[in-house]
Design a protein around this ligand. Sequence first.
Ligand SMILES: Nc1ncnc2c1ncn2[C@@H]1O[C@H](COP(=O)(O)OP(=O)(O)OP(=O)(O)O)[C@@H](O)[C@H]1O
Length: 270
Amino acid sequence: MNSAEGIGYSGTAASLVRIEALEKRYGRSAASSQLALGGIDLDVARGEFISLIGPSGCGKTTLLRILADLESASAGRISIDGLSAAEARRERRYGYVFQAPTLLDWRTALGNVMLPLRLLGWSRTEARRIAGERLAQVGLAEASGRYPWQLSGGQQQRVSIARALSLDPELLLMDEPFGALDEITRERMNQDLHALWRRTGKTVVFVTHSIAEAVFLSTRIAVMQADPGRIARIIDVDLPASRDFGTRDLPRFHELVTQVHEGLHAAYHA
Ligand SMILES: Nc1ncnc2c1ncn2[C@@H]1O[C@H](COP(=O)(O)OP(=O)(O)OP(=O)(O)O)[C@@H](O)[C@H]1O
C-alpha cells in the first residue's frame, strides 16, 4: 500500500502541505536498499514560497515526487489541503513543473496548455480561452501559435509553467525549472515567477541548486543534507515582499546568501 495514501491526515487552515516523519527507502533487500529520505518534517503555509536546496542526492526530487504522488513514501505522513497525495493528485490540486519542459512537439504552445483542460472535459472554446489567459500570465501571449521547437528554452519553460497553472491549482511543485537556462534568462524568469507568485497567491515548493535564486524567490529556504536526506536548517528570508532587479544589491540579500552558503557547507561536511 502507498503509505502516503493510507495514512493521510487533515492539515490546518494555515498549512497547505504537512509532512511528518517522511521516509523513503529505494530497493527491497535490507542489504541493497538505500534510505533516500530519513525523517522529513515540514509544514508549508498557504501562500508560502519555500525552496529546497542541498547537495546532489539529498532527496529533493524524491520529496517533490512523493508530494506529487509520483513516488510512494516508505513511512510517515503527508497531506495536501487535508488530502493524501493520491487524493490530491486525483483532484488535480497541484501543478508540476519538471526540470526539462516535457512539451508535446506536435502541439502548439496553446495546444500544450489546453491539453489538461481538454482531458478533464472543458470544451475546446473554454479550454482555448483559459489556456490563452495562462500564456498571457507567463508573458507568452504572442507565441501561442508556435511549436515547442520554435521556442527558446526559457519560453518552453514558460509554457510548462502555464500548463501547470492551467487548472488553477493552489499548489505549484517546481523541480529546478530554470537549471538549464543561462544566467540572465534565469534572473528574468526569477523576476517573472516572483511577480506571478505575488499576483496569484499560489503556494510554491521549489527545488534549486542556486543559492541566489532560492534567496530571491523564497519566503523560507530548507537546506537539506544527504545520507539520509533530511532537513538540516530552515532559513527565513526576511527581504521585502516585493522583489525586483535591485533586490540582489541589498546588503540583506548578501547576508542571506552567506547564511545559506554556510548552511550548505555544514550540510556537505556533516
Ligand atoms: N528510482 C530510484 N531508484 C533507486 N534510487 C533512487 C531512485 N531515485 C533516486 N534514487 C536515489 O535517492 C537519492 C536521492 O535522489 P534525488 O534524485 O531525490 O536527489 P536530489 O537531491 O534531487 O539530487 P540532484 O540534486 O542531483 O537532482 C539518491 O541517492 C538517488 O541515487
